[in-house]
Design a protein around this ligand. Sequence first.
Ligand code: MHF
Ligand code: KIV
Ligand code: MG
Length: 289
Amino acid sequence: MTSAAEVSAPYGSGAAAQATPTAPRKRVRIHHLQDLKDRGEPWPMLTAYDMYTAELFDEAGIPVLLVGDSAANNVYGHETSLPVTVDELLPLVRSVTRAARHSLVVADLPFGSYQVSVEQAVTTAVRFMKEGLAHAVKLEGGRRFAPHIEAIVAAGIPVMAHIGFTPQSEHQLGGYRVQGRDAAADAVRADAAAVQEAGAFAVVLEMVTAEVAKQVTHELRIPTIGIGAGPDCDAQVLVWQDMAGLRRGRAPKFVKRYADLAGVLGGAATAFADEVRNRQFPGPEHSFH
Ligand SMILES: Nc1nc(=O)c2c([nH]1)NC[C@@H]1CN(c3ccc(C(=O)N[C@@H](CCC(=O)O)C(=O)O)cc3)CN21
Ligand SMILES: CC(C)C(=O)C(=O)O
Ligand SMILES: [Mg+2]
């Protein structure tokens, strides 16, 4: 195990970061995330799909940004994550990697871009690294995707796994359902062990019971990242529009809203519209003569 003194963790210690607020930080590396687990310090992850959010979350000290296939829902307006394509996600990944100076950027492989074969998985992962300039890729699946993970890792690409509720399989899983209850706990534990053995550097646990997530977190060497998986995971991830209250309507139980962006942005648009209609905007200070 590496001692804290040897580790130049960009976001490793809140105290050190505050002591030197203007010190240039380095790019987060996967071993930093492992160090945080080994020190028992939980870390945050957020989705990002564009440059302004990537820049803000990077500056807020979010060590990992995920360009999720949830862009299907939260950018492109689909009902599920299934329809989004590699060609639709690649430009989003590029905009996030351009803007994020410190955060590790993970590109989510979309449905159909890696399930066909191990070869297809490597080819798609390479595209996200080469064309998207991502730092790692993520894919959904446990034991059955160990060969895919292994082959991508063999190509030199870090892989984040994703088990439990895997939205790309929602039609097979029978909708949005908590995984790992009762007998299914052993299936989640076996998937977790398999993706670690295959070489994944971290694993997302989505909608598994807090009890199973706690057990898996203790059983694995690599960090677990929870979404609806209770407080004992090594890290926590949320979709940013859920976290910031931009998405309206009923949110999943695991979401906490830290802002009311829908209110702020809606209010700004309404104020602008009113001022144009009242001839209050543009004023003399906004005009050229
Ligand atoms: N905006 C957004 N947030 C997400 O968390 C998210 C996406 N989009 N798109 C891709 C997947 C889909 N996810 C979802 C979507 C809905 C539920 C949901 O409705 N859950 C209910 C039922 C759970 C149950 O009781 O079985 C809940 O109340 O949490 C969960 C995960 C997570 N991901
Ligand atoms: C919710 C996270 C883990 C995800 O896979 C996504 O946003 O696509
Ligand atoms: Mg995803």
